[in-house]
Write a protein that binds this ligand. Structure first.
Ligand code: FE
Ligand code: CA
Length: 531
């Protein structure tokens, strides 16, 4: 067994951005000799400054798994809610990956030098590991050390993986409740992945039903950083990160409610376009600093986050960004209304041209059994009144009908096998048959949409009055619940996909019981859901 040690190999501050842009740190857990790529620059490590308090208050995380690695994340913040509290100097953070939970069989270790320009965030890209197995990791700096956390590599591309167990969730308003759902995720020791579909933080509102925010509205980089730190002050959320690798995307509230690309929401506190873009830059930067992702840091207000991840040949996840590139919503200053001609203009985009082309390529080139669109907003048609002049939530795919048409056309023309859309945003859960043409009730079912309940957003409130309307006007919606919080657990095999909707008893209670309320099953090449 070859084994690489990294005690004397360090990454300089200058090569930090190169590392973020893709330079990975090789570990080695493969049989036989294998060249280990050394980091490009070696220098002596900067000294560890005196740290009187635990700098690991935000926990640890891992993410963006591949067949030979993942990214490991932490951020040094002894005073998490007030800017972090680190001295403004570079700090070497020691990381360690092992094959066993007791950390006896170390397969990779090294130092990552972080600094004030990234709020002392750490993103270590580890490569060279064996496919399809768990690993454990920890960080240390000075005398401080994190607990051991668990992650895993994925099966090799092309490998006929037999089973994938993953969870997905979204919308975790800190104000609205406790994270019993994350406690339930953390207690599940058999999850290969957690997919987060957006609204990791909420930017507005001081007081909520259950807990309070730090400031009335988050606008500056320091405020966004503090808001992430506030959310991570929750031990259940930290535990969910420490138990499995995550695959994350964002929705609107990581910046501002219902923003559209470069346009702030109606009534925004940052209405000036330049001011809004500066805010978006701060928000994207803080998101990147706090997420376990191998993406490079944002360039100003831009960060490409759409990407795909394969779990062997069993599943391909296409992770979408339906916020950054979308056209402003032309039909109504409110989010709910009737479609107007502007929404049918071919220039009215949701994904943007580059992402649309990428998605087509990703779907056409997929040999996966299940093809997952991991994304934010409700994909299936959801009319609240009958046609003509049906009323829609125009913030969803319903407000961008040609963009949805383009995706449906690719699913049909490329004969994409088993498309499954997983969705957040709406603070309600549901299951829908994805129709080749939603306007034609007789058209065939080409895929399935699972809409996950929010982790906490919405507290115990209910949109129950809308439910009869949604079901009556949209026969392809097979089931919906508009009152409960939780997450969705999926078990995927070559022959079937089962989705268990896990419901929290009461989000106002820490550690409230979580139970499976309902389960839905689809089968290979049989997308119509059944209970
Ligand atoms: Fe939300
Ligand atoms: Ca949202």
């Amino acid at each position: 067994m070859a084994r690489a040690r990294f005690d004397h190999w360090t990454i300089s501050r200058r090569s930090f951005l190169a590392l973020s842009a893709g330079l990975a740190i090789a570990a080695c857990d493969r049989p036989g000799p294998r060249p280990v790529r050394p980091p490009r620059t070696t220098t002596t490590l900067p000294p560890v400054p005196p740290l009187a308090k635990d700098p690991f208050t935000l926990g640890v995380a891992s993410g963006d798994p591949t067949a030979d690695g993942f990214v490991l994340w932490t951020r040094l913040a002894p005073e998490p809610l007030t800017g972090g509290g680190m001295p403004p100097v570079d700090v070497p953070v020691r990381w360690m990956v092992a094959r066993d939970e007791s950390m006896r069989h170390v397969v990779g270790e090294g130092h990552f030098v972080t600094g004030p320009e990234v709020a002392h965030a750490v993103h270590v890209v580890v490569e060279g590991l064996r496919p399809d197995r768990p690993y454990w990791y920890r960080f240390a700096v000075g005398d401080w050390e994190t607990p051991v956390a668990r992650t895993r590599t994925f099966p090799r591309r092309g490998h006929d993986a037999k089973r994938l167990r993953f969870g997905f969730g979204s919308c975790q308003s800190f104000r609205d409740g406790y994270y019993a759902a994350w406690r339930d995720v953390a207690a599940d020791e058999d999850l290969d992945l957690v997919v987060f579909l957006g609204d990791y933080i909420y930017e507005s509102g001081l007081r909520g039903a259950v807990r309070s925010h730090l400031v009335p509205e988050v606008i500056t980089l320091e405020q966004y950083r503090n808001q992430y730190a506030l959310y991570r002050s929750d031990a259940d959320l930290r535990a969910a990160h420490a138990g499995a690798p995550w695959l994350v995307t964002w929705d609107d509230h990581e910046v501002e409610n219902n923003y559209q690309g470069v346009s702030p929401e109606a009534g925004s506190t940052t209405p000036d376009p330049a001011q809004f873009l500066a805010r978006r830059a701060a928000a994207y930067r803080a998101w990147w600093e706090h997420m376990p992702t191998r993406l490079p840091p944002p360039a100003g207000p831009d960060l490409r986050i759409h990407r795909s991840v394969d779990f062997g040949r069993l599943a391909r996840f296409a992770v979408l960004d339906t916020r950054q590139y979308r056209s402003d919503q032309p039909c109504s200053p409110a989010d709910v209304g009737v479609l107007c001609p502007g929404a049918l203009d071919p220039a009215h985009t949701l994904l943007g041209t580059e992402q649309q082309v990428w998605l087509e390529r990703t779907l056409r080139g997929s040999g996966a059994r299940w093809n997952v669109l991991a994304q934010q907003i409700v994909f299936s048609r959801l009319a609240f009144t009958p046609p003509p002049d049906a009323i829609f939530n125009l913030d969803q795919w319903d407000g961008y009908p040609l963009a949805r048409r383009a995706v449906l056309d690719v699913l049909a023309s490329a004969r994409v096998r088993n498309p499954v859309v997983i969705t957040g945003d709406i603070h309600a859960s549901g299951v829908a048959d994805v129709k080749a043409d939603f306007e034609d009730p007789a058209s065939e079912v080409v895929g399935t949409e699972f809409v996950g309940n929010s982790i906490s957003s919405g507290a115990n409130s209910t949109l129950g009055a809308v439910l009869p309307l949604a079901l009556a006007n949209n026969p392809h919606v097979r089931w919906a619940d508009l009152s409960r919080r939780g997450w969705v657990r999926c078990e995927v095999t070559p022959s079937a996909w089962r989705a268990d909707f896990r419901y929290v008893d009461d989000v106002r209670v820490p550690g409230s019981p979580v139970t499976t309320a309902t389960s839905w099953v689809i089968e290979d090449r049989r997308p119509v859901v059944r209970v």
